[in-house]
Design a protein around this ligand. Structure first.
Ligand SMILES: Nc1ncnc2c1ncn2[C@@H]1O[C@H](COP(=O)(O)OP(=O)(O)OP(=O)(O)O)[C@@H](O)[C@H]1O
Ligand SMILES: [Mg+2]
Length: 1081
């Protein structure tokens, strides 16, 4: 069970000042001191947290503490800043109320630390996840960056914030952080050029020089030695407990996490270096002809290095330190600067450069941490603004005035909101409210910010006024206008009631702030309010070849010259404070009032007077009084009933009805006087702390009684339970044992029975087995004998059939199978039907050799028969002629091969159709088998003359080619033979039978292109005629022909080249006719 402690438990002093009794300033301080001495640095005034700076680290910010305070009610645990952070976060997340955390207190009171504690608590308890963690980390890491550039060591605080910071952390509906927006307020830029004694410049300068590597310093043209730089005060350059080098690394790392690019970081450091360099510029006077002094840069080395760093042309900057151009409408007037003005310009540039860099850093961080989602955000604002500041004597200047004004406004909002909230709560709860007197500092705010006659308005008026304006004229103005104001004091006015107050110098005025009187020296007010930077300088900066510098001085852009005066510093600040106040008023406020226990920054020291002063000006007593004016303590009914229900029998231990009724029953039962409390709608209000302590005392007693009762009952319960447990165990053990013993016995009996049974069954079974075996053996014997006997019988019967025929059958069967396979194979592999196809499948078995060859022959014959059967009678006759020609001439005459492809046409002259030969054809009775033109060789000289050659079944007719007149008709029976040569010529001799009627004419020597056809046809006709002998065909290169009386030898010779390609025939002499045939190619 969760143990709940309360604000009222183990209290050191009083945790909530509202309960302080009696209430006085002394008892208030005493309570604070008591708690401070016991390391209880937080104390409440209602919902306001007072925080005392412990100046040492306490073990109260551990993760365990975070867990302890997480999701707990505000008054549930002892006072802690985490309780406030948790309350704010939960009402933001669960009730959708925007929150702001206002942290106030003077410099060094622990505001910045408190703001970081709040942020880290919220970061620890809100959602987790990669994206959320990144946002958290960026929000947290923006602190070191801004602290490095905006914090400095002052006499009051080693890490004093020299700017005001308000950070809005944005959450989504789940309470996960989405991002944030930081607003910064007026950086104390005068610190850049001058620091009060015992203080130093902004941390970053020292961090850069101590922490940067040699390489980086060289790049930035810097030296590590602080003493080399005029802007760095040396008396407190190092601060004990502050490691600048380590912090530099932290800052760089933080910049990286926030999202600065490497080149951005480099640019920022270049600007920091440039400011240091700027401080080292010295000027000397140079007389001009008009008698005026003009300033010149003394040692130009620093200027050169600075210009190189920022990419500025040296001459431009140098000129800006010597001249000043004033532009008015269309005119431009250039005046020279004297040395003092040059120094002024230098410092103004340095201050502007640094403060603009700072504002740029804030903008850049905002860019990184800006929430991405566009949905409505819930916002928690954390305000950490510079604390109220009072310097010694007359050291308070414009900055302190501004800072204190801001604190004045915060006090105002505190008063307003606390009272309003208190009042609203009473109204909300329906409780009667009586007004309480308190000091309202609105009158001081009015003195400063009133638009007509407020100090800031007058300062602006003075700055804008034409004519000579000095700080003194400003003071004069104040004296005339504010002299009557009860919070304004000054001596200048002759009628002043402060004329004799020597603590009030003449050049000062004093304001009675809510936190005390502060003496301000007017020197510098006008200047600082004007915040003037010569236009030549801003233009020189704009011309720089350095993107960051260019961005920082947009007004230097010559294209956008603005002749209007920029708003004054005071005006700007007033406006931004106005916006801030407006913003804070829309949010639910949560206050942390920081108190500084001593001036020595030391632990364990509680300087009474110092704390008393702060308690007074922070109005804490009034705060308590207001809180107690009505009712000192209030609590919701549920927790109240939960806490005190043991004080009444009716509510203890459980109250079933509504909590309010329970509380009413409780209060009646306890007889608390009716005027001591009131019932609100959701809370009970207790007027006097005494009543609460009475309740607490009663509760404590009751708790002791209850504890005894609980102890008693618990012990009794424990013993009884132990006994019951023993009893129960005994029964269980006994039962288990009995069961075990019975089990054992039973198993023994069962075992014995089984043994006996098994013996009996075994004996019976063996007996049966023996009998069965014998029976089986008998049956097997009979079967075996019968089988043998039958076998013998069958074998005897079948033996004779089996051996004699089996071999042949198998053989025949095998042969049959082989043949069948062979024939089927052959069938599928038969060659083509072409008679000239010589292919034939291979034989599969050698014993088929004869069959295979025979089948091939039969197949071929059959194929030829098939081929022949396609022929017609005419075609057959043609082939028979061709066959005969082949038998006659093949391999005998060289002309033969060329005739094979020629068709034997017969009638080459188309005798019937051609009218030219009509007469001739009619003269021939027979059918003309061949008609052609042949050459008849002249017997005398071997020359040839054409003749028509006609062949009929009975005769050969030679006719004149032209006239068609029959010259010779040779009956075929008169022909004895035909002679031809072996060569490729077309010569042939028709030899006549001696003694025939035609023989008188002598043999004929003819030549024809169709020699083979003519001779074949002649031979065929003679062989077909049954009544005649066959015509002889002689083939020889030398043969005799009978020319009338002479026998002439016709000789065929191979043609010589002289004879050309044609066949030539010549009568050599009486006996020889020579035919020369060209050699066939
Ligand atoms: N809760 C704390 N625990 C430990 N040390 C603390 C705590 N609060 C403050 N300090 C110490 O006090 C110093 C000053 O605190 P801090 O810088 O927060 O003051 P401040 O109120 O912001 O002052 P300023 O107005 O000058 O900025 C811190 O540097 C730190 O050493
Ligand atoms: Mg601070």
């Amino acid at each position: 069970m969760e143990v709940k402690t309360s604000l009222l438990d183990n209290m050191i002093g009083v945790g909530d000042m509202v309960l302080l009794e009696p209430l006085s300033e002394d008892s208030f301080l005493e309570n604070l001191k008591k708690r401070f001495d016991h390391n209880e640095i937080y104390t409440y005034i209602g919902s306001v947290v007072i925080s005392l700076n412990p100046y040492r680290s306490l073990p109260i910010y551990t993760p365990d503490k975070v867990e302890e305070y997480r999701n707990r009610n505000f008054y549930e645990l002892s006072p802690h800043i985490y309780a406030l952070a948790d309350e704010a976060y939960r009402s933001l997340r669960d009730q959708d109320k925007d929150q702001c955390i206002l942290i106030t207190g003077e410099s060094g009171a622990g505001k910045t630390e408190a703001s970081k504690l709040v942020m880290s608590y919220v970061a620890a308890v809100c959602g987790k996840g990669q994206e959320v963690n990144k946002v958290k980390e960026q929000l947290l890491q923006s602190n070191p960056v801004l602290e490095a550039f905006g914090n400095a060591k002052t006499v009051r605080n080693d890490n004093s914030s020299r700017f005001g910071k308000y950070m809005d952390i944005e959450f989504d509906f789940k309470g996960d952080p989405l991002g944030g927006v930081i607003s910064n307020y007026l950086l104390e830029k005068s610190r850049v050029v001058k620091q009060p004694r015992g203080e130093r410049n902004f941390h970053i300068f020292y961090q850069l020089l101590s922490g940067a590597s040699d390489d980086m310093l060289k790049k930035l043209k810097l030296e590590r030695d602080f003493s080399k730089y005029n802007y760095l005060s040396l008396d407190s350059a190092t601060v004990s407990g502050l490691d600048d080098a380590a912090n530099f690394r932290t800052v760089r790392n933080a910049m990286q996490i926030v999202g600065f690019m490497e080149d951005e970081m480099q640019s920022v450091l270049e600007l920091v270096a440039a400011v240091l360099k700027l401080g080292n510029l010295d000027f000397k006077p140079e007389s001009r002809c008009n008698g005026m002094d003009e300033s010149r840069v003394k040692d130009k080395n620093d200027l050169k290095e600075m210009c190189e760093l920022l990419g500025i042309e040296q001459s431009v900057l140098e000129r800006a330190f010597s001249y000043r151009t004033v532009e008015a409408k269309m005119e431009k007037v250039s005046t020279t600067l004297n040395v003092a003005q040059a120094y002024y310009a230098r410092d103004a540039l340095a201050k502007n450069l640094y403060s603009r860099l700072f504002s740029w850093l804030v903008t850049r961080i905002n860019e990184s941490i800006r929430a991405q989602a566009k949905t409505r955000h819930k916002v928690m604002g954390v305000l950490d603004i510079y604390g109220f500041e009072i310097f010694e004597e007359t050291d308070n200047s414009f900055e302190q005035f501004i800072i204190n004004y801001c604190n004045e406004k915060l006090q105002q909002i505190f008063i307003e909101l606390t009272l309003r909230e208190e009042q609203e709560e009473y109204v909300r709860e329906g409780i009667e409210w009586t007004n309480i007197e308190y000091f309202n500092n609105a009158v001081i705010c009015d003195l400063i910010e009133n638009n007509q006659n407020g100090i800031l308005a007058m300062l602006d008026e003075e700055c804008l006024r034409p004519g000579t304006v000095t700080d003194e004229t400003f003071l004069d103005k104040l004296n005339t206008i504010c002299a009557e104001h009860q919070h304004f004091e000054s001596r200048l006015n002759k009628n002043s009631k402060f004329l004799n107050d020597h603590s009030l110098p003449h050049n000062c005025f004093r304001i009675q702030h809510y936190a005390g009187k502060v003496l301000y020296r007017v020197e510098g007010f006008v200047d600082k309010n004007n915040d003037l930077l010569y236009r030549d300088l801003s233009q020189a900066m704009y011309k720089a070849n350095h993107s960051l510098i260019k961005q920082l001085f947009p007004e230097g852009n010559p294209a956008k010259v603005n002749l209007k005066r920029p708003p004054t510093a005071g005006f700007q600040f007033r406006a931004s404070v106005g916006t801030l106040m407006g913003n804070l008023q829309t949010k639910n406020p949560n206050y942390i009032r920081c108190i500084k226990p001593n001036d020595k920054k030391a632990a364990h020291i509680f300087t009474d007077s110092l704390v008393r002063h702060q308690v007074r000006y922070l109005g804490l007593m009034e705060n308590v009084r207001v809180r107690r004016a009505g009712y000192a303590f209030r609590q919701a009914y549920e927790p109240c009933l939960e806490r005190y229900k043991m004080l009444c029998k009716n509510t203890w231990p459980h109250w079933k009805g509504p909590a309010r009724q329970g509380v009413e029953v409780l209060m009646t039962d306890l007889q608390v006087p009716a005027e001591e409390f009131a019932y609100g709608r959701s809370k009970i209000f207790i007027r006097n702390p005494r009543t609460l302590f009475f309740l607490e005392e009663k509760r404590k007693q009751c708790l002791e009684d209850l504890a005894t009762l609980i102890q008693k009952i618990y012990r009794g319960w424990k013993c009884r339970s132990h006994f019951l447990l023993l009893k129960k165990s005994e029964i269980v053990v006994a039962a288990w044992y009995r069961r075990y013993a019975q089990q054992k016995k039973y198993q023994k009996i069962k075992h014995s029975t089984t043994v006996v049974q098994s013996y009996t069954r075994g004996w019976q079974a063996r007996k049966l087995l023996r009998e069965l075996k014998y029976q089986k053996k008998c049956e097997e014997a009979v079967t075996t004998i019968a089988a043998f006997w039958h076998g013998t019988q069958v074998r005897r019967e079948y033996r004779k059939f089996f051996r004699a025929n089996a071999g042949r059958k198998i053989y025949n069967f095998t042969i049959q199978r082989i043949m069948q396979k062979y024939f089927l194979g052959l069938k599928s592999n038969l060659p083509s039907m072409s008679p000239i196809d010589k292919s034939w499948p291979a034989r599969p078995y050698s014993f088929l050799e004869g069959v295979h060859a025979e089948l091939r022959r039969i197949f071929h014959l059959w194929r030829c028969k098939k081929y022949r059967s396609q022929f017609t009678e005419e075609k057959k006759a043609v082939y028979e002629e061709k066959l005969e020609a082949s038998e006659l001439f093949k391999d005998k005459k060289a002309l033969y091969p060329s005739s094979v492809s020629q068709t034997f046409k017969g009638d080459y002259l188309e005798m019937v159709k051609n009218p030219k030969y009509q007469k001739l054809s009619s003269a021939v009775d027979e059918k003309i088998l061949l008609a052609d033109v042949v050459n008849k060789i002249n017997r005398a000289n071997g020359k040839s003359s054409p003749r028509l050659f006609l062949l009929t079944k009975k005769s050969v007719i030679l006719a004149d080619q032209k006239t068609g007149q029959v010259k010779t008709s040779l009956p075929l029976p008169d022909l004895s033979s035909v002679s031809t040569s072996t060569q490729s010529d077309g010569f042939f001799a028709l030899k006549l039978k001696e003694g025939s009627s035609s023989a008188v004419k002598g043999d004929f020597l003819l030549s024809s292109d169709h020699l083979i056809e003519i001779v074949t046809k002649l031979h065929r006709i003679s062989s077909l005629a049954a009544d005649r002998e066959k015509l002889n065909v002689d083939i020889s290169d030398e043969f005799l022909v009978q020319f009338k009386q002479d026998k002439v030898c016709v000789k065929f010779i191979q043609g010589s080249p002289k004879n050309g390609n044609g066949v030539s025939c010549k009568r050599k002499n009486n006996r020889l006719l020579e035919v020369s045939v060209p050699t066939s190619p």
